[in-house]
Design a protein around this ligand. Structure first.
Ligand SMILES: Cc1cc2nc3c(=O)[nH]c(=O)nc-3n(C[C@H](O)[C@H](O)[C@H](O)COP(=O)(O)OP(=O)(O)OC[C@H]3O[C@@H](n4cnc5c(N)ncnc54)[C@H](O)[C@@H]3O)c2cc1C
Length: 388
């Protein structure tokens, strides 16, 4: 049996695997990606597509080192989207160049205090009433509105753009057929000899670590119960701020071809909704929408929900890590980005490690393998069987 020698073998074709693959290929490393299902990931395609710059962290008061690390991310993404960055995302669709933060009338005075701080002034700008976009232009809206310069991407077009460039070296395989023999992965007759293996399989990393007999690093999952509603709705990319520093509701929108719009609801609603049944979660979402946007009529909307896990490195108390994570365990590099926005930083850390390992880029291409190329991942609302 012939062995295929590689510099880097990546497991998982979400944002982490694909971004790192493209960077490694540019650096002329011999790299291959194996995906168990579809290219575009599980969390990545289902994310809200917000390229955070840390304002959410800054809302909590201070700005830590990790908040500074994330502050650099929107710039890297903007360059990539403009076609002059480290990966070419010029074909990916930006749904909105900015987001809004709004307060319902009652808490606007306390928010004014938050936004008056120097830190927040550099990140958000108040919107004058005459410039309020729909649905905030309604006379009944009495709260205040702020604009935040962090873009929202169409995750389907983002992942399609990455997939198109990466596809020649991405293959779909059956994880049940994966054998690890002396640390070397083998799938049927295909024996791989990578210098480094990157586990970028999101929640799937736990199982892959087991296959390698590695006990560390430990993974945590934090669940979300997202809500989708569909109908004649305006495009809206906004966080409603409540009493806590976590947005009470985060709404992103996705235009459908038939002129209808999806509203995808996250924030506290999704975090606290994990103990609710889908029917209870839809009822809670309806009640929140009626309270927070009382002048809008949602009676003809169709609803569905998505239960999904965020996979991250384990932290004390199960809190969200402040940064992306790259761990090293023998030959393995284990990655969880924590946020879509952190993918470039994580890819950078992997490349630094390859250079530290003394891996020399070469010119030699890879032979085609007799495995299929993975199909593109589908958006959550494209997978809904029945709308309520
Ligand atoms: C609902 C939701 C909303 C979010 N919104 C945002 C947001 O707006 N902004 C933001 O910055 N972040 C957001 N996040 C976080 C962000 O989506 C994730 O941090 C990021 O997408 C993780 O990317 P990944 O590539 O590591 O994992 P994934 O996207 O989960 O990809 C992992 C891939 O590995 C594959 N895989 C699994 N097992 C195996 C195996 N054994 N072998 C090979 N492949 C395997 C899977 O099929 C999948 O394709 C959100 C997350 C969720 C769940």
């Amino acid at each position: 049996m012939n062995a295929l020698k590689l510099d880097l073998l990546i497991f998982g074709g979400g944002i982490t695997g694909l971004w790192t693959l493209l960077r490694a290929r540019q650096a002329r490393y011999r790299v291959l990606l194996l995906e168990s299902a579809a290219l575009g990931g599980v969390q990545s395609i289902a994310s809200q597509g917000i390229i955070h710059g840390g304002t959410k962290y800054a809302l909590k008061g201070g700005i830590s080192d990790s908040a500074q690390a994330i502050a650099a991310m929107p710039g890297i993404w903007r360059d990539a989207l403009a076609g002059k960055g480290e990966v070419d995302l010029s074909a990916a669709r930006v749904l909105s160049s900015h987001q809004h933060l709004w307060s319902s009338g009652g808490i606007s005075s306390s928010l004014a205090g938050v936004f008056a701080s120097k830190l927040m002034r550099s990140r958000v700008a108040p919107v004058a009433r005459a410039q309020f976009p729909p649905p905030f232009d309604a006379p009944d809206f009495r709260g205040s509105l702020y604009q935040l310069q962090e873009p929202v991407l169409d995750t389907a077009s983002l992942m399609r753009t990455l997939r198109k460039q990466a596809l020649p070296v991405c293959y779909q395989y059956d994880p049940g057929k994966l054998q690890i023999d002396g640390g070397k992965p083998q799938i049927g007759q295909l024996r791989l000899e990578p210098r480094r293996v990157l586990l970028a399989a999101g929640e799937g990393n736990a199982r892959l670590l087991e296959r390698w007999g590695a006990k560390r690093p430990q993974m945590q999952t934090r669940s979300l119960h997202m809500v989708m509603l569909k109908g004649r709705l305006p495009a809206m990319y906004a966080h409603c701020l409540g009493a806590s520093s976590n947005p009470r509701l985060t709404i992103t929108s996705y235009p459908l071809e038939d002129g209808e719009m999806i509203w995808y609801l996250g924030g506290q609603l999704a975090e606290e909704g994990v103990t609710r049944t889908p029917a209870q979660q839809i009822a809670t979402a309806k009640s929140e929408l009626a309270k927070l946007l009382p002048w809008m009529n949602f009676s003809s909307m169709a609803y569905s929900t998505l239960e999904i896990q965020r996979a991250e490195v384990a932290t004390a108390g199960g809190k969200r890590p402040n940064d992306c994570y790259l761990g090293e365990e023998k030959q393995l590099l284990v990655a969880w980005p924590t946020k879509l926005a952190f993918a470039p930083r994580l890819a950078d850390l992997v490349l630094q490690q390859l250079r530290k390992d003394g891996l020399k880029p070469g010119e030699e291409g890879l032979p085609a393998l007799s495995l299929p190329h993975p199909p593109p991942a589908r958006l959550p609302w494209e997978q809904v069987a029945t709308w309520n």
